[in-house]
Design a protein around this ligand. Sequence first.
Ligand code: NAP
Ligand code: HSE
Length: 427
Amino acid sequence: MENISIGLLGLGTVGSGVVKVIRNHQDKLVHGVGCTVHIRKILVKDPAKERSVEVDPAMVTVNPSEIIEDPSIDIIVEVMGGIEETRTLLLKALENKKHVITANKDLMALYGHDLLKAASENGCDLFYEASVAGGIPILRSVVDGFASDRIQRIIGIVNGTTNYILTKMSDEGMSYSEALKEAQELGYAEADPEADVEGTDAARKMAILSTLGFSMNVGLSDVRCKGISGISQEDIEYGQQLGYTMKLIGTAERDNDSIDVTVQPALVSVSHPLAAVKNENNAVYVYGDAVGETMFYGPGAGSLPTATAVVSDLVGVMRNMRLGVNGHSAAFPQFEKKMKTAEEVFKKYFLRLVVEDEVGALAEITALLSTEGISVEKIWQNPKRGSVSEIILVTHKVSEKSFEQTLVKLNDSRVVSRVGSSFRIEI
Ligand code: NAP
Ligand code: HSE
């Protein structure tokens, strides 16, 4: 096979890593695919910007057409981010019979189906391993490793920035804003970090994972999503006192043919391995009918870890080129999507109530919970602060619908000043 030429869209955190991995692992790449890999052109916004990697200035352009329309370029590696403009570029690249590799979960969660269809129609590969969980080869594992099994549940930590923030807040008492600033400086956060902290980035990844895992067309709007920006140091500490760690958890669960997909801050037992996943690391549990429980762990963000996933996709495309089998990589959904209702989802909950410190308050709250059919596993009253005190509860499993209705009634109750916070207890 002739030497392969690549057009790289983006030379930021991930793009610089891609240049380094291709350079440093050239021998292995040559051995694996039988030819050299050569970056021909690189698209950036600002050619004058200082880079963490040296590249020949003649290769750098601000004009995407110089790459997308260049007949000598075989593969486009998209690590620039963005949605509409990027989608147009990649569709054009596929029309021009270029294979595409992307790390862009924003794009894949919204337009993955259309792009994969375009790739298939043009006989091209479109791979996106780096879009979920950075350096962990999770998509290939879900698609190929579980090809003979039926996935029932996927649960894990799929955002490095929020895991970094929660780790620093829990272990070092660092403030939310200071921890976010560090995550940005380390290159983990998105250009607009709101996508990380409000859970949208994780929701996009869970949409991609559940589409592949359950073979249904799961979109971003199917993922019920809440972020970590409202988490207080107090919530983290109460969780710790009860033996739990706060994490931003993604869940995708299937019962019979209905599914539920969520992203939300949740408590996990300190004895569970997910509690030990620190900083920018991610971990994903996949439960198959036949295999049972499997765990995938590793760096979920950062330059070189993400670049390894991108370059592994590159090797995949090049192997297919050698075998002449490109364009068959897309696995289109097999089943109709059916989402569970809130009556069909059962979870344990942590609940913090700010109450009037008066005789009978506890009795009134437990009576209200029992009329709603909620059974309490643990209860604990915190010493008085002014005229109010706090009651912390852990419930047994209850339907999401009953729990939400109970929250409304608690907020209306004479003895409850307000519901301070509530979180699922996932594990
Ligand atoms: P980044 O550091 O902001 O880099 C983006 C690069 O793309 C920059 O080189 C920028 O040029 C270039 N670029 C952006 N918009 C452009 C435009 N309209 N025209 C030309 N060039 C443009 O971003 P990143 O962290 O590497 O992330 C890139 C992609 O990978 C995103 O989709 C992200 O979600 C995904 N991802 C990131 C990570 C991570 O850990 N960072 C992990 C997994 C996936 P200038 O340098 O000139 O500004
Ligand atoms: N901003 C993302 C994160 C990058 O923190 O997980 C990796 O997808």
